[in-house]
Design a protein around this ligand. Structure first.
Ligand code: CP
Length: 317
């Protein structure tokens, strides 16, 4: 693994998830690996879990960490080739990214989609601009189309909480007041499609994910039907991919409630967080013993550590 950009950088998702579970048992066993090395974490968007868990993961491996909130703390960056920079942008990505990579052994980047320019978002424009201009490995901390650190964590968590070899995992769309990216759902789908699970996606019509992410998943438009016999319910809102970035009018109530969870096979409830209570998911679900969202969030540290450890070992950075 040179970079960790998406699921295609991973040889075997189940093996990496198991490595994360193993690391959790002895977090400081590889502290020598990152000694005298620095990970720079670049945020173009807000974060709680990714910001803290990635720092912890790198520090557990002996690395130093530096956070740069690129849109607040630094010069406004220009990404377009050939731009005449006589406006608000003061530094071009060609110099900015190259200079950051002089200070870093690994770079983490978070950059959300525009939700207005589908072509640009789905080409991973910002992530690739960084890739073109750095000479160190990059870890995707959530980009325009995917959130692989989250998805690895999700698979790790499913393996920890399941005694079945092939559990039924249901990704369900849930409502939200704002248009959100498709990246968590896209990413979860492509990881589940490579994992040994029975995978179902349920959403209202019009919320189909890009086929390259939904892949071989079973699509069920009836949420109650999808929930039957489920071992894991993974809730997430996303805006429409087809009518790009839009919230579509829907008739049924798709919020996750305890009553709906009772349709399942005593399923565990998962969500990447943050989750708006009583909009996306009811209090009685998040407060139930079957909700594992806190344990899931805690696993972000271990999953990220498995990724950074692999990069440090493979690249000898
Ligand atoms: N799940 C997740 O990525 O959380 P943050 O946006 O808080 O980092």
């Amino acid at each position: 693994m040179k970079n960790f950009l998406n699921v295609n950088d991973v040889n075997d998702v189940e093996v990496l998830a198991q490595q994360a579970i193993d690391i959790k048992k002895n977090k400081f066993a590889y502290k020598h690996l990152g000694e005298n090395k620095t990970m720079v974490l670049i945020f173009l968007n807000s974060s709680l879990r990714t910001r803290i868990s990635t720092q912890k993961a790198a520090q557990n491996l002996g690395m130093q960490t530096i956070i740069l909130n690129l849109t607040q703390d630094s010069w406004q960056m220009e990404y377009e080739d050939g731009a005449i920079m006589n406006g608000t942008t003061a530094e071009h990505i060609k110099e900015g990214a190259a200079v950051i990579s002089e200070y870093a052994d690994i770079i983490g980047i978070r950059s959300f989609p525009t939700l207005t320019d589908k072509e640009k978002d789905y080409s991973e424009f910002v992530l690739h601009k960084f890739l073109e201009n750095v000479n160190v490995p990059i870890v995707n901390m959530e980009s325009a189309t995917v959130h692989p650190l989250q998805s690895l964590t999700d698979l790790m968590t499913i393996r920890e909480f399941s005694n079945k070899k092939k559990p039924k995992v249901v990704l369900t769309w849930a409502p939200h007041i704002k248009p959100l990216p498709q990246c968590v759902a896209n990413s979860f789908a492509e990881w589940m499609n490579k994992a040994d699970v029975e995978f179902v996606i349920t959403h209202p019509k019009g919320y189909e994910l890009a086929e390259r992410f939904s892949g071989k998943a079973n699509i069920e438009y009836n949420q109650a039907e999808a929930f039957k016999n489920a071992d894991f319910i993974y809730a997430k809102n996303w805006s429409s991919y087809l009518d790009y970035g839009k919230i579509l009018p829907i008739d049924e109530d798709w919020m996750i409630t305890d009553k709906k969870m009772q349709l399942t096979n005593q399923a565990k409830f998962m969500h990447c967080l943050p989750a708006r209570r009583n909009v996306v998911v009811a209090d009685d679900v998040l407060d139930a013993a079957y909700s594992i969202v806190i344990q899931q969030a805690a696993n972000r540290e271990n999953a990220t550590q498995a990724v950074i450890k692999t990069i440090l070992e493979n690249n000898q950075v």
